[in-house]
Design a protein. Structure first.
Length: 178
């Protein structure tokens, strides 16, 4: 992935509805090469898809909780069963396995506290393998749905000192005879 691919990704994260023509203009590339790069990024999996970012309040899901889950055991069967069960709960908008304690962080969106309590009692507390759940209610999202930061294109490692001197000597203009 080069600097141009990174520019394309940055622009698409800011506006996923750009046409290829608009995208090409923003990254200062002609349409055909831009389209080819876009297809290559999609095929390589760098672009996993396109979606709308929906305002939770607009659809009545503006109550958010972070739920920390600690499992009784961390064997493969327990982990796989827990993860499959969490993935089946529609109100869990994100689930991340963590290093250390707790084992998981779940982001849950519901309409209100009463709906959250019902979800907690009827689904979250019954997730397989759970030893303990701890909830923290979100007061305000300060940073949310931010695009990934643009990563600089890696620079090649410097070559050993002897190689640098040989390369510099090769670049010097030859002396003219006479």
């Amino acid at each position: 992935m080069d600097a141009m691919d990174r520019k394309i990704l940055t622009e698409l994260q800011l506006d996923g509805r750009l046409t290829v023509t608009e995208l090409a203009a923003r990254v200062k590339l002609s349409v055909s090469p831009c389209h080819r790069r876009l297809r290559d990024l999609e095929r390589a999996g760098a672009i996993r898809g396109y979606r709308a970012v929906v305002d939770p309040a607009a659809v009545g899901l503006d109550f958010e909780a972070l739920v920390f889950a600690t499992l009784r055991w961390e064997d493969r069967d327990t982990v796989e069963t827990f993860e499959a069960a969490v993935a089946a709960v529609p109100h869990v908008t994100q689930a991340q396995r963590l290093f250390g304690e707790p084992d998981y962080l779940l982001r849950v969106a519901t309409a209100d506290l009463a709906t959250y309590q019902q979800l907690y009692d009827q689904q979250l507390a019954k997730l397989p393998g759970v030893q303990r759940l701890t909830s923290t209610l979100v007061m305000k999202n300060v940073v949310h749905d931010r695009p990934l930061p643009e990563q600089p294109t890696p620079t090649p490692a410097p070559s050993p000192a002897g190689d640098d001197r040989r390369a510099a000597a090769a670049r010097k203009p030859a002396r003219r005879a006479g």
